[in-house]
Design a protein around this ligand. Structure first.
Ligand code: GRF
Length: 206
């Protein structure tokens, strides 16, 4: 059984989608740990409720270098097959990303490469989409590389932006798409049936 670790700062609805998929047998994986940088995050509560080891790592305890060294220690000890960033609100330093090449994925609430990069997180992404006048938005799962939100794209789902949408309604309508996207992406990556060619993730042909 492959091991995954989920890092999440917020509500944890995407973590929940992964938990549900594991529990229903749709996703063959073991969630070895959930790590959060917020002690009041819904993600930790969800992990606890499902008997998954829940680890709190507060940034306030340390400076950036110490923080990510501690995180690296944790991850190294668990040695997961895949690290899933599901609403983790911290940008990992390049050296840490490089310790786990093509073993970290991130869920981003836009169709990358649009509306990504430093400063594009949470509702700000949706606000920027509305401001831009774009008629289509969506969500992306991509491998994490040192350049923020620029790694090889694994899967995407698109949806229309309606005239009466605001950031909150976009986030709400996008949420179920994200839930299925993240589960599909974890399944696909754990299957190992892909190759990365440049910035493209391609299904291996038999
Ligand atoms: C999602 O919108 C995801 O795209 C973004 O953070 C949000 C996390 O939501 N990276 P939740 O905490 O899983 O409900």
């Amino acid at each position: 059984m492959k091991n995954i670790v989920v890092l999440a700062s917020g509500n944890g609805s995407n973590l929940q989608a992964i938990i549900d998929a594991v529990e229903s047998g749709t996703l063959e994986a073991n969630i070895a740990a959930v790590i959060s940088d917020r002690k009041d995050s819904g993600a930790l509560e969800r992990a606890n409720r499902h008997g998954i080891p829940a680890i709190v790592m507060l940034r306030s305890q340390s400076n950036r270098d110490t923080y990510f060294n501690l995180l690296h220690d944790r991850l190294r000890k668990i040695n997961p097959d895949l690290i899933v960033l599901a609403g983790f609100m911290k940008i990992m330093p390049a050296w840490l990303v490089e310790k786990f090449p093509m073993r970290i994925i991130n869920l981003h609430p836009s169709l990358l490469p649009c509306f990504g990069g430093p400063g594009f997180y949470g509702h700000r992404v949706h606000e920027k989409v509305i401001e831009s006048g774009a008629k289509i938005t969506g969500c992306t799962v991509h491998f994490v590389t040192p350049d923020v939100d620029s790694g090889p794209i694994v899967f995407q789902k698109a949806m229309e932006v309606h005239d009466d949408d605001d950031a909150a309604s976009l986030a709400e309508r996008l949420s179920p798409l994200e839930h299925s996207l993240i589960v599909d992406a974890v399944n696909f990556i754990l299957s190992g049936e892909f190759e990365v060619v440049g910035n493209r993730v391609i299904r291996k042909t038999l």
